[in-house]
Design a protein around this ligand. Structure first.
Ligand code: SAM
Length: 362
């Protein structure tokens, strides 16, 4: 009789475990560990026997899969983490090592510090790229990046670094607003009226328009007393065209409160919010290749956030030196939250806010 029945929980748990492990390049998934994980899951879920010669077997399995899915999934992660932390065989730390090496490599090449990313999200996204390239480990992916630098772009796309939004990293804008206020105060004291701000790598205009809104919030009816030039530059011509249209989804505006949404945007009739023309007019958009020898001159503040990742280290140095020359004395440079500037450049720039990655020209 015992040969004619089977514990359906075992099959379903093995299947779900297999799925859960498909993207785990960070832990050991050898047969011993998988068996231990399965064993742990089976101690938590009571067995459910079904007769194997029942004609309704496929239907029974289907129904059991639906019923047991959530219950088994709840136990899977705990089982995986327990065994991963304490595998029942000699430990090899190769996976951890190659993961660290991979992050180190990305940092050295692009100065993108992925240690600040939420690790479980990062691992899932890295797994997407590892799978897409038919590779099976972090070590192979590291090798692949070495030979195919274009893969960096795909990785950044997957990490969503190449998208933008209004007031991205809102806490940075708290400091940015403070910087603008002090800049304006000093200018007013000296009787200067020119304010020049450069958003280098401005995507669809979210960043330069966030600058425009911040200045407008500070200056209110005094805005016209200053001659404000906000430059939004990019190499993506489609982005520049869209920036001029200034229409955005609610998602891109999620960091703007309801009051300012009503104040600065026209309520949509096509799901998109249109920035009021007065704000659009504050920004001059232009095509600009950052790796060229040119730069915009006499700027008070440069925003260059989430752009440096596109450049090699040498090019990053060159662009930083251009930024140094572009800035007025004591001008500010704002970099992305996950970007750092090279050590050498720290002689030219001092750190104003390490958390927000804000620097000042020395
Ligand atoms: C991720 S977006 C950053 C947008 C915005 N700065 C932010 O942080 O949300 C990067 C932008 O840099 C632009 N970019 C990439 N390479 C560039 C280059 N060589 N010169 C100028 N812009 C570049 C891209 O077209 C893209 O719009």
């Amino acid at each position: 009789m015992i040969n004619n029945i089977k514990n359906i929980v075992e099959d379903i748990a093995a299947y779900l475990l297999n799925n859960a492990l498909a993207h785990r390049y960070d832990i050991c998934t050898c047969k011993i560990c998988q068996a231990d994980m399965l064993g742990l899951i089976l101690t938590k879920i009571p067995p459910r026997y079904i007769p194997v010669d029942d004609a309704a077997l496929p239907t029974l399995i289907k129904e059991a899969k639906i019923q047991l899915h959530n219950e088994i999934n709840l136990t899977i992660n705990t089982a995986i983490e327990l065994v991963a932390k304490n595998p029942n065989h000699a430990v090899s730390d190769d996976r951890k090592k190659s993961f660290d090496l991979l992050l180190n490599k990305i940092f050295l090449e692009r100065r993108l510090d992925l240690k600040h990313y939420r690790q479980e999200i990062l691992k899932r996204k890295l797994a997407t790229r590892i799978n897409a390239n038919n590779l099976t480990s972090y070590a192979e992916y590291l090798n692949f990046l070495n030979k195919n630098p274009l893969e960096y772009d795909k990785l950044f796309e997957t990490l969503c670094i190449n998208v933008s939004e209004f007031f991205r990293d809102p806490e940075v804008w708290v400091t940015a607003k403070y910087l603008f206020e002090s800049l304006i105060r000093k200018k007013a004291e000296k009787g200067e009226t020119d304010i020049r701000i450069w958003s280098a790598g401005c995507a669809n205009g979210e960043e330069p328009y966030s600058i425009a809104i911040t200045l407008k919030e500070i200056l209110q009816e005094n805005t016209s007393k200053f001659h404000i030039s906000i430059f939004g530059t990019d190499i993506d011509k489609k982005c520049l065209t869209d920036a001029l249209l200034a229409q955005y989804t609610k998602e891109q505006l999620k960091n703007i409160n309801e009051k300012n949404l009503n104040k600065y945007f026209i309520t949509p009739n096509n799901q998109k919010f249109k920035l009021k023309q007065e704000l659009v007019n504050m920004v001059k958009f232009q095509y600009f290749e950052l790796s060229s020898d040119k730069f915009i001159t006499d700027v008070d503040v440069i925003f260059c956030r989430n752009v440096f990742i596109y450049f090699s280290r040498d090019m990053q140095e060159k662009i930083l030196s251009n930024f140094y020359n572009a800035l007025k004395p004591q001008g500010y440079l704002l970099m992305g939250k996950v970007e750092t500037i090279a050590l050498d450049s720290k002689e030219s720039f001092k750190v104003i806010d390490a958390e927000a990655h804000i620097y000042q020209k020395n």
